[in-house]
Design a protein around this ligand. Structure first.
Ligand SMILES: C[S@@+](CC[C@H](N)C(=O)[O-])C[C@H]1O[C@@H](n2cnc3c(N)ncnc32)[C@H](O)[C@@H]1O
Length: 285
Protein backbone atom coordinates (compact mmCIF):
# COMPACT_ATOMS: atom_id res chain seq x y z
CA UNK A 1 0.00 0.00 0.00
CA UNK A 2 1.47 3.41 -0.88
CA UNK A 3 1.82 6.20 1.68
CA UNK A 4 -1.24 8.10 0.44
CA UNK A 5 -3.43 5.02 0.61
CA UNK A 6 -2.17 4.28 4.14
CA UNK A 7 -2.93 7.85 5.21
CA UNK A 8 -6.44 7.70 3.74
CA UNK A 9 -7.19 4.34 5.33
CA UNK A 10 -5.81 5.43 8.73
CA UNK A 11 -7.98 8.56 8.57
CA UNK A 12 -11.03 6.42 7.74
CA UNK A 13 -10.29 4.14 10.72
CA UNK A 14 -9.75 7.16 13.00
CA UNK A 15 -13.08 8.74 12.01
CA UNK A 16 -14.85 5.43 12.50
CA UNK A 17 -13.47 4.95 16.03
CA UNK A 18 -14.09 8.61 16.91
CA UNK A 19 -17.77 8.01 16.13
CA UNK A 20 -17.81 4.91 18.33
CA UNK A 21 -16.05 6.65 21.22
CA UNK A 22 -19.14 7.57 23.22
CA UNK A 23 -20.58 4.06 22.92
CA UNK A 24 -17.34 2.63 24.31
CA UNK A 25 -17.15 5.30 26.99
CA UNK A 26 -20.53 4.41 28.49
CA UNK A 27 -19.60 0.72 28.42
CA UNK A 28 -16.05 1.18 29.75
CA UNK A 29 -16.78 -0.30 33.18
CA UNK A 30 -18.52 -3.36 31.74
CA UNK A 31 -15.68 -3.85 29.27
CA UNK A 32 -13.28 -3.79 32.19
CA UNK A 33 -15.29 -6.46 34.00
CA UNK A 34 -15.22 -8.67 30.92
CA UNK A 35 -11.56 -7.86 30.40
CA UNK A 36 -9.87 -10.19 32.84
CA UNK A 37 -10.48 -13.33 30.79
CA UNK A 38 -8.88 -11.72 27.72
CA UNK A 39 -6.13 -9.99 29.66
CA UNK A 40 -4.78 -12.99 31.53
CA UNK A 41 -3.29 -14.91 28.57
CA UNK A 42 -2.00 -11.71 26.95
CA UNK A 43 -0.28 -10.52 30.14
CA UNK A 44 1.22 -13.96 30.62
CA UNK A 45 2.43 -14.10 27.00
CA UNK A 46 3.98 -10.62 27.33
CA UNK A 47 5.77 -11.67 30.55
CA UNK A 48 4.74 -8.49 32.36
CA UNK A 49 6.61 -7.87 35.61
CA UNK A 50 6.98 -5.08 38.20
CA UNK A 51 9.17 -2.15 37.21
CA UNK A 52 8.72 -2.48 33.43
CA UNK A 53 8.16 0.37 30.98
CA UNK A 54 5.24 -0.79 28.84
CA UNK A 55 3.66 0.67 25.73
CA UNK A 56 0.01 -0.38 25.28
CA UNK A 57 -1.16 0.23 21.73
CA UNK A 58 -4.82 0.76 20.75
CA UNK A 59 -5.78 1.27 24.41
CA UNK A 60 -9.38 2.22 23.67
CA UNK A 61 -11.50 2.11 26.84
CA UNK A 62 -8.44 1.16 28.87
CA UNK A 63 -7.59 -2.52 28.77
CA UNK A 64 -5.10 -3.98 29.16
CA UNK A 65 -3.32 -0.68 30.00
CA UNK A 66 -5.00 -0.17 33.39
CA UNK A 67 -4.55 -3.74 34.58
CA UNK A 68 -0.90 -3.69 33.49
CA UNK A 69 -0.31 -0.35 35.27
CA UNK A 70 -1.35 -2.05 38.50
CA UNK A 71 1.00 -4.97 37.78
CA UNK A 72 4.14 -2.95 36.91
CA UNK A 73 3.66 -0.90 40.09
CA UNK A 74 5.16 2.42 41.13
CA UNK A 75 8.57 1.63 39.64
CA UNK A 76 7.05 0.89 36.24
CA UNK A 77 4.96 2.94 33.83
CA UNK A 78 2.39 2.29 31.12
CA UNK A 79 2.14 4.51 28.06
CA UNK A 80 -1.46 4.11 26.89
CA UNK A 81 -1.59 4.91 23.18
CA UNK A 82 -4.50 5.24 20.76
CA UNK A 83 -5.12 6.82 17.38
CA UNK A 84 -8.32 8.26 18.69
CA UNK A 85 -8.58 10.41 21.85
CA UNK A 86 -12.37 9.92 21.95
CA UNK A 87 -11.80 6.21 22.52
CA UNK A 88 -9.69 6.83 25.64
CA UNK A 89 -12.25 8.96 27.53
CA UNK A 90 -13.40 5.98 29.60
CA UNK A 91 -9.80 4.89 30.16
CA UNK A 92 -8.84 8.29 31.57
CA UNK A 93 -11.92 8.34 33.79
CA UNK A 94 -11.21 4.86 35.14
CA UNK A 95 -7.49 5.58 35.68
CA UNK A 96 -8.38 8.70 37.69
CA UNK A 97 -11.00 6.82 39.72
CA UNK A 98 -8.42 4.12 40.55
CA UNK A 99 -5.80 6.74 41.48
CA UNK A 100 -3.32 5.25 39.00
CA UNK A 101 -0.30 7.57 38.91
CA UNK A 102 1.91 5.48 36.62
CA UNK A 103 -0.05 5.74 33.39
CA UNK A 104 0.44 8.30 30.61
CA UNK A 105 -2.12 8.72 27.81
CA UNK A 106 -1.12 9.84 24.37
CA UNK A 107 -2.75 10.04 20.94
CA UNK A 108 -0.62 8.34 18.29
CA UNK A 109 -0.74 6.05 15.27
CA UNK A 110 0.86 2.65 15.85
CA UNK A 111 2.75 3.21 12.59
CA UNK A 112 4.47 6.33 13.99
CA UNK A 113 4.96 6.09 17.76
CA UNK A 114 6.24 9.26 19.47
CA UNK A 115 9.00 7.39 21.28
CA UNK A 116 12.77 7.06 21.07
CA UNK A 117 14.27 3.79 19.88
CA UNK A 118 14.53 1.13 22.61
CA UNK A 119 12.26 3.08 25.01
CA UNK A 120 10.26 0.09 26.32
CA UNK A 121 10.65 -3.31 27.93
CA UNK A 122 7.32 -4.46 26.53
CA UNK A 123 4.83 -3.53 23.82
CA UNK A 124 1.33 -4.96 24.13
CA UNK A 125 -1.80 -4.55 22.03
CA UNK A 126 -5.24 -6.06 22.51
CA UNK A 127 -7.67 -6.08 19.58
CA UNK A 128 -5.84 -3.29 17.72
CA UNK A 129 -3.38 -4.62 15.15
CA UNK A 130 -6.18 -5.74 12.79
CA UNK A 131 -7.24 -2.13 12.24
CA UNK A 132 -3.84 -1.05 10.92
CA UNK A 133 -3.57 -1.10 7.11
CA UNK A 134 0.02 -2.37 7.40
CA UNK A 135 0.31 -4.78 10.36
CA UNK A 136 3.89 -5.82 9.51
CA UNK A 137 4.97 -2.17 9.54
CA UNK A 138 3.23 -1.72 12.88
CA UNK A 139 5.20 -4.71 14.21
CA UNK A 140 8.42 -3.13 12.88
CA UNK A 141 7.52 0.12 14.68
CA UNK A 142 6.91 -1.86 17.89
CA UNK A 143 10.33 -3.50 17.41
CA UNK A 144 11.94 -0.07 17.00
CA UNK A 145 10.65 1.19 20.36
CA UNK A 146 11.52 -2.05 22.19
CA UNK A 147 14.90 -2.45 23.82
CA UNK A 148 16.95 -5.32 22.37
CA UNK A 149 15.56 -8.50 23.92
CA UNK A 150 12.28 -6.72 24.72
CA UNK A 151 9.02 -8.50 24.01
CA UNK A 152 5.85 -7.69 22.10
CA UNK A 153 2.50 -9.46 22.50
CA UNK A 154 -0.59 -8.91 20.31
CA UNK A 155 -4.05 -10.34 20.83
CA UNK A 156 -6.46 -10.49 17.87
CA UNK A 157 -9.78 -12.14 17.06
CA UNK A 158 -9.70 -15.55 15.39
CA UNK A 159 -12.02 -16.18 12.41
CA UNK A 160 -15.41 -14.44 12.79
CA UNK A 161 -17.34 -17.70 12.48
CA UNK A 162 -15.67 -19.05 15.65
CA UNK A 163 -16.90 -16.40 18.10
CA UNK A 164 -20.62 -16.73 18.81
CA UNK A 165 -21.21 -13.07 19.59
CA UNK A 166 -20.15 -12.13 16.06
CA UNK A 167 -22.00 -14.89 14.24
CA UNK A 168 -25.22 -13.80 15.98
CA UNK A 169 -24.57 -10.09 15.31
CA UNK A 170 -23.72 -10.76 11.65
CA UNK A 171 -26.85 -12.81 11.04
CA UNK A 172 -29.01 -10.15 12.73
CA UNK A 173 -27.41 -7.33 10.72
CA UNK A 174 -27.92 -9.19 7.46
CA UNK A 175 -31.52 -10.07 8.30
CA UNK A 176 -32.53 -6.56 9.37
CA UNK A 177 -30.23 -4.20 7.47
CA UNK A 178 -29.12 -6.04 4.35
CA UNK A 179 -25.96 -7.67 2.94
CA UNK A 180 -22.86 -6.90 5.01
CA UNK A 181 -20.87 -5.52 2.08
CA UNK A 182 -23.48 -2.77 1.61
CA UNK A 183 -23.35 -1.71 5.27
CA UNK A 184 -20.72 0.97 5.25
CA UNK A 185 -21.08 1.78 8.96
CA UNK A 186 -20.64 -1.80 10.15
CA UNK A 187 -17.25 -3.41 9.82
CA UNK A 188 -17.49 -7.15 10.32
CA UNK A 189 -14.44 -7.86 8.16
CA UNK A 190 -11.45 -5.93 9.44
CA UNK A 191 -11.60 -7.10 13.09
CA UNK A 192 -11.00 -10.64 11.79
CA UNK A 193 -8.35 -9.83 9.19
CA UNK A 194 -5.56 -11.49 11.20
CA UNK A 195 -7.74 -14.38 12.34
CA UNK A 196 -6.46 -17.09 9.99
CA UNK A 197 -3.85 -19.26 11.71
CA UNK A 198 -0.38 -17.99 10.81
CA UNK A 199 -1.43 -14.47 9.73
CA UNK A 200 -0.37 -12.85 13.00
CA UNK A 201 2.95 -14.69 13.14
CA UNK A 202 3.67 -13.69 9.54
CA UNK A 203 3.11 -9.99 10.35
CA UNK A 204 5.48 -10.18 13.34
CA UNK A 205 8.17 -12.02 11.35
CA UNK A 206 7.85 -9.58 8.44
CA UNK A 207 8.21 -6.77 10.98
CA UNK A 208 11.65 -8.08 11.95
CA UNK A 209 10.82 -9.71 15.28
CA UNK A 210 12.43 -13.02 16.25
CA UNK A 211 11.35 -16.00 18.40
CA UNK A 212 7.90 -15.41 16.95
CA UNK A 213 5.13 -17.63 18.28
CA UNK A 214 1.39 -17.67 17.66
CA UNK A 215 -1.15 -19.61 19.63
CA UNK A 216 -4.88 -19.97 19.73
CA UNK A 217 -6.90 -19.33 22.87
CA UNK A 218 -10.48 -20.51 23.12
CA UNK A 219 -13.05 -19.85 25.81
CA UNK A 220 -16.43 -21.48 26.22
CA UNK A 221 -18.33 -19.37 28.77
CA UNK A 222 -21.91 -20.23 29.63
CA UNK A 223 -23.78 -17.03 30.42
CA UNK A 224 -27.18 -16.60 32.11
CA UNK A 225 -29.74 -16.28 29.31
CA UNK A 226 -31.75 -13.59 31.09
CA UNK A 227 -28.75 -11.32 31.71
CA UNK A 228 -28.03 -8.49 29.24
CA UNK A 229 -24.69 -10.15 28.42
CA UNK A 230 -24.55 -8.96 24.80
CA UNK A 231 -25.57 -5.32 25.25
CA UNK A 232 -22.10 -3.84 25.72
CA UNK A 233 -20.66 -5.76 22.77
CA UNK A 234 -23.71 -4.80 20.72
CA UNK A 235 -23.15 -1.07 21.35
CA UNK A 236 -19.47 -1.39 20.54
CA UNK A 237 -19.95 -3.45 17.39
CA UNK A 238 -22.82 -1.41 15.97
CA UNK A 239 -21.89 1.97 17.50
CA UNK A 240 -21.65 4.15 14.41
CA UNK A 241 -24.46 2.35 12.61
CA UNK A 242 -26.83 2.79 15.58
CA UNK A 243 -26.38 6.57 15.39
CA UNK A 244 -27.79 6.53 11.86
CA UNK A 245 -30.76 4.24 12.54
CA UNK A 246 -34.34 5.03 13.42
CA UNK A 247 -35.64 3.76 16.76
CA UNK A 248 -37.69 1.14 14.91
CA UNK A 249 -34.58 -0.13 13.12
CA UNK A 250 -32.62 -0.26 16.35
CA UNK A 251 -35.44 -2.19 18.01
CA UNK A 252 -35.66 -4.65 15.11
CA UNK A 253 -31.91 -5.22 15.22
CA UNK A 254 -31.93 -5.84 18.97
CA UNK A 255 -34.86 -8.23 18.64
CA UNK A 256 -33.03 -10.16 15.92
CA UNK A 257 -29.94 -10.43 18.14
CA UNK A 258 -32.04 -11.52 21.12
CA UNK A 259 -33.76 -14.15 18.95
CA UNK A 260 -30.37 -15.36 17.69
CA UNK A 261 -29.16 -16.01 21.23
CA UNK A 262 -32.52 -17.48 22.22
CA UNK A 263 -32.05 -20.14 19.52
CA UNK A 264 -28.77 -21.18 21.16
CA UNK A 265 -30.21 -21.27 24.66
CA UNK A 266 -29.73 -24.40 26.75
CA UNK A 267 -31.95 -24.20 29.82
CA UNK A 268 -31.11 -21.04 31.76
CA UNK A 269 -27.84 -20.49 29.92
CA UNK A 270 -26.44 -19.59 26.54
CA UNK A 271 -23.21 -21.40 25.61
CA UNK A 272 -20.78 -19.08 23.87
CA UNK A 273 -17.64 -19.84 21.88
CA UNK A 274 -14.77 -17.36 21.75
CA UNK A 275 -11.61 -17.69 19.65
CA UNK A 276 -8.72 -15.24 19.99
CA UNK A 277 -5.12 -15.55 18.89
CA UNK A 278 -1.96 -14.32 20.59
CA UNK A 279 1.27 -13.54 18.78
CA UNK A 280 4.55 -12.84 20.54
CA UNK A 281 7.98 -11.82 19.34
CA UNK A 282 11.26 -10.44 20.60
CA UNK A 283 13.38 -7.57 19.33
CA UNK A 284 16.69 -9.03 18.18
CA UNK A 285 19.78 -8.10 20.25
C1 LIG B 1 -11.37 -2.78 19.41
S1 LIG B 1 -10.64 -1.35 20.08
C2 LIG B 1 -9.59 -2.10 21.30
C3 LIG B 1 -9.52 -1.35 22.58
C4 LIG B 1 -8.90 -2.06 23.78
N1 LIG B 1 -7.50 -2.37 23.59
C5 LIG B 1 -9.68 -3.31 24.16
O1 LIG B 1 -9.19 -4.42 23.95
O2 LIG B 1 -10.80 -3.18 24.69
C6 LIG B 1 -9.53 -0.86 18.82
C7 LIG B 1 -8.78 0.43 19.09
O3 LIG B 1 -7.74 0.54 18.12
C8 LIG B 1 -7.52 1.91 17.89
N2 LIG B 1 -6.74 2.04 16.65
C9 LIG B 1 -7.14 1.76 15.40
N3 LIG B 1 -6.15 2.00 14.52
C10 LIG B 1 -5.09 2.44 15.25
C11 LIG B 1 -3.76 2.87 14.91
N4 LIG B 1 -3.35 2.90 13.63
N5 LIG B 1 -2.94 3.26 15.91
C12 LIG B 1 -3.35 3.25 17.20
N6 LIG B 1 -4.60 2.86 17.58
C13 LIG B 1 -5.45 2.46 16.61
C14 LIG B 1 -8.94 2.47 17.82
O4 LIG B 1 -8.98 3.86 17.97
C15 LIG B 1 -9.61 1.70 18.96
O5 LIG B 1 -9.57 2.42 20.15
Amino acid sequence: MDEDAIRRETERVRADWAARGRHWDRRADEIAEQAARMNAPLIEAAEIAPGQQVCDIATGAGEPALSVAALVGAEGRVFATDLCPEMMLGARRRAAAQGLANITFRTADMLALPDADAAFDRVICRFGLMFCPEPARAAAEAARVLRPGGRVAYLVWGPRAETTMFTVFTAAAEAVLGPLDTLDAIDFERPFSLGAPGALAAALTDGGLVQVEEREVRFAPRVPAEAPFWQAQFDMAFGRALDGMTEAEQRALKEAVQAGFERLREGDEVPLAVHVRIGTGVRPQ
